[in-house]
Design a binder for this molecule. Structure first.
Ligand code: UFG
Length: 324
């Protein structure tokens, strides 16, 4: 049985679906603070909170867990600056709780959602795994601290982990049965789609004077289905007895905010107002991943590399979500 902590969220639910399709048995453990029960229709489901050791022990007692995926974290960079305590308790302390129970039950394999935010301001691009890690916000620090904890637990207790550092996760699967649905949305693609569908009056471009070809920030948009395939390869790696690893996950191509807006206009054939406003604090001009390491070592390669294709899958889901 594979345990998916935070499996009711955007990325966790996609991995749960794909694990089931690949023949694995899964149990999702989620507090439903931000996840959606209807996104957990594959495998078993247990509602519980990582701040409660007995909740976690309950799952390990009930099921014979072979490996764990951990997607349970708060992810809003801006909120983490305003309320770091919320982030350090949930993302750091609660993950320590999970590791404690894994150790009690002698489960030593974990695949962890880490982030490009562990790198902070890029010193060079594309960002590879040896790029220095010095986060510029509490969110990034919580994830980097856990990466450090894993490294120490590996040496001391034989924990084997794969930390996957996502760049800008986006898109939805072909069936568009689950997808991105945050109560407080701050991510670019769903916000532009909200403008296209008429739920927002406009989309604001945060800064047009960056040192980039069109003056707007460039990001590496990685499709959730490509993230899922990387997770399955990481699981196989650990199940085959592989050692602990860290991998950056991006599609290797950067797209500017203007390019993403143009792609949405083309795909949706909708017009909407685009406003140019001040920079948002803390945004580096360019974030592009080098994913050479996971390509070489695990044979991963992304299916979705063109922004219009990516946006089209997100649009399909976005319209469905709003019909619900
Ligand atoms: N943007 C706008 N207008 C908006 C929203 C975003 O112009 O209304 C811009 C941002 O300024 C940024 C780009 O669009 O340049 C992408 O912004 P997102 O908020 O979608 O994503 P980020 O690149 O800020 O954040 C992502 C992940 C974080 C992670 C971070 C790593 O979502 O979890 O990359 O730096 F921490």
């Amino acid at each position: 049985m594979i345990l998916i902590v935070g499996g009711a969220g955007y990325i966790g639910s996609e991995i749960n679906k794909e694990l089931n399709e690949a023949g694995f048995q899964t149990v999702v453990f989620d507090s439903l603070v931000s996840g959606h029960k209807e996104a957990t229709k594959w495998g078993e489901f247990v509602q519980g909170d990582l701040n409660n050791l007995e909740d976690i022990r309950g799952v390990f007692k009930k099921y014979k867990i072979e490996a764990v995926f951990d997607f349970a974290a708060f992810i809003e960079v801006g909120e983490s600056v305003k309320d770091p305590q919320k982030y350090y308790f949930n993302n750091l302390v609660n993950t320590l709780n999970l590791l404690k129970v894994m150790k009690e039950f002698e489960v030593n394999k974990i695949i962890f959602s880490s982030t490009a935010a562990t790198f902070g301001e890029p010193k060079y691009t594309p960002i590879d795994e040896v790029h220095p890690q010095w986060p510029i916000n509490p969110y990034g620090w919580t994830k980097l601290m856990i990466e450090r904890v894993f490294a120490d637990y590996d040496v001391a207790y034989g924990l084997r982990y794969v930390a996957l550092r996502y760049f800008n996760a986006c898109g939805a699967n072909d069936e568009a049965d689950i997808g991105e649905d945050h109560a407080q949305e701050s991510h670019l693609i769903p916000l532009i789609l909200d403008a296209a569908i008429g739920k927002r009056e406009n989309i604001k471009i945060f800064g047009t004077d960056y040192p980039t070809p069109d003056g707007t920030c460039v990001r590496d948009y990685i499709h959730v289905v490509d993230l899922a395939s990387a997770h399955l390869l990481a699981l196989k790696h650990l199940m085959d007895g592989g050692e602990s690893k860290q991998y950056n996950l991006g599609n290797g191509k950067g797209f500017s905010v203007r390019e993403v807006i143009d792609a949405v206009k083309k795909v949706t054939e909708k017009e909407f107002t685009v406003l140019e406003v001040e920079r948002r604090p803390g945004d580096p001009p360019i974030l592009i991943a080098s994913s050479e390491k996971i390509r070489k070592e695990l044979g991963w390669s992304p299916k979705y590399t063109e922004i219009e294709e990516i946006v089209a899958t997100a649009w399909k889901w976005h319209q469905k979500k709003d019909d619900k």
